[in-house]
Design a protein around this ligand. Structure first.
Ligand code: CU
Length: 466
């Protein structure tokens, strides 16, 4: 295993005991509250189309006992319901904005046209409804949705606007993988937050927060501080989203237990990859399977090795174990294997005192930065000369990571991704292709997924032409 690559941020996975984390305002005992599972969004069928109704709303939530925090949510007080659809589905999503401000809703990881993508041009003024139509056509994956409002994405996400968007396909459904949502197929939205003494969210305070990104001393999993989850002694799948604005995690089990990663952002991996830890940057997803069949009655902690914090307690019920094995092969990604590359493009991530950009330009709504041809493979080179790592995200595609500094990518980067962490002084090559159009009025975006960097201009726009 290419350990070097996992240690780039200077951590080790020789696990020292992770510290517990009693929230300062919380009188609740850490790891005593049950992990909430986001509800599955309901839909109705009309003329063969699955219609979802999402309402973006203000809410209140008690992260700390007896303290109401003002929040945003989607069909919920904080975070959103999980949309779940199947490859080939025709889908309509009505997004009603009940906030007292304008917003947008972007389907992160979905391969849909620029018109349905929900980028910064697809504004939803307050009190109105935006309608996104799409036909699902992509590999099984755990995607998500969040606002993409020009200059306001970081704050609106911080308030709670984010939810999962799970896609199934025939191949993934046939595989013997844990798939009982909320039982042995458990979504985990990992975030960090900072609070004022009165319990309200403390968002961006100044230039330091813009340059470093807004992080907080409190960790949330599915919107709860220090939760626990009970599972049976069997294989359990966790669909993990790093929904944080800026924090990068090095996820691991306390005690250094092995688990398998089975999926990255945009597809299953070709085969399961055994790991003790992995990095997850903002916007990235990973599906992992932990085998608890040898451990009835035992307790585990999922934690972050970068700052030694426990995130989730996993209690294995003392029951008769169910022993199953993972399939050896998970997915074949055919089309990328025989790609004829038509073009190369270079993207340099710029970070200087008070300046964030790409290719020496800052995001401008009325400027198209790149023109791309549909169904044409291109290699994009992302070069990060800055001192900080940046997760680079591309709309409207899943891509293959081809190389890091000319070397083989990480062992868990063998599937399709839509966000790739580019470390300081590193050049990453990705192989992209776009299967939908994006017109100049509704272009796609490429950007850093540290949301404060995106809001400050580390973003560009491109169209996809026939
Ligand atoms: Cu960045």
């Amino acid at each position: 295993m290419k350990r070097r690559n996992f240690l780039k941020l200077g951590t080790t996975f020789a696990l020292v005991p992770l510290l517990g984390q009693a929230g300062t305002k919380s009188s609740v005992k850490p790891f005593s509250q049950k992990l909430p599972i986001p509800r599955l969004a309901s839909y109705r069928m009309k003329n063969g189309v699955k219609i979802f109704d999402l309402k973006i709303q203000e809410g209140e939530k008690q992260f700390f006992k007896g303290v109401d925090t003002d929040t945003y949510g989607v069909n919920a007080d904080y975070l959103g319901e999980t949309i779940r659809v199947h490859d080939g589905d025709r889908v309509r999503i009505n997004v009603q904005n009940d906030l007292d401000e304008m917003t947008t809703l972007h389907w992160h990881g979905l391969k849909v046209s620029g018109t349905s993508d929900g980028g910064p041009h697809s504004t939803i003024p307050k009190g109105t409804t935006w309608q996104a139509d799409m036909t699902i056509g992509q590999h099984a994956s755990t995607c998500w949705y969040h606002p993409h409002t020009k200059g306001q994405t970081g704050r609106q996400v911080f308030m709670g606007m984010a939810g999962l968007f799970i896609i199934d396909d025939p191949a993934s459904t046939r595989l013997p993988l844990p798939d009982h949502y909320g039982v042995n197929d458990i979504p985990l939205v990992i975030q960090d937050r900072r609070f004022y003494a009165d319990g309200q969210f403390m968002y961006k305070q100044g230039m330091h927060d813009t340059m470093m990104g807004v992080t907080g001393d409190t960790r949330l999993v599915n919107g709860m501080i220090d939760p626990y989850v009970e599972v049976d002694p069997e294989q359990v799948r966790f669909r993990i989203l790093n929904g944080s604005n800026a924090r990068i995690y090095n996820l691991m089990l306390d005690g250094g237990y092995l688990f398998h990663q089975i999926a990255s952002d945009s597809s299953l991996l070709p085969e399961p990859v055994a790991l003790k830890n992995f990095m997850l940057a903002p916007g990235e997803r990973a599906e992992i399977v932990m085998d608890f069949s040898q451990h009835p009655g035992k307790t585990f902690y999922l934690g972050d090795g970068l700052d030694q914090k426990r995130l989730l307690k996993i209690v294995v019920r003392d029951r008769k174990p169910i022993r199953t094995t993972l399939p050896e092969k998970l997915v074949k990604i055919e089309d990328y294997a025989h790609a004829k590359v038509a073009k190369r493009r270079q993207f340099t991530l710029n970070m200087a005192m008070g300046y964030l950009g790409i290719n020496e330009k800052q995001m401008q709504m009325d400027r198209i930065d790149e023109v791309v041809k549909k169904d044409t493979f291109e290699i994009w080179e992302i070069w990060n000369p800055s001192p900080r790592p940046h997760p680079f995200h591309v709309h409207g595609t899943g891509f293959k990571v081809l190389s890091r500094d000319g070397k083989t990518p990480l062992i868990n980067e063998t599937g399709l991704k839509d966000t790739v962490l580019v470390y300081s002084r590193e050049k990453v090559e990705i192989l992209v292709v776009f299967r939908h159009l994006a017109p100049a009025e509704r272009p796609y975006m490429y950007h850093c997924h540290i949301l404060e960097h995106e809001d400050a201009g580390m973003m560009g726009q491109f169209v996809v032409e026939a």
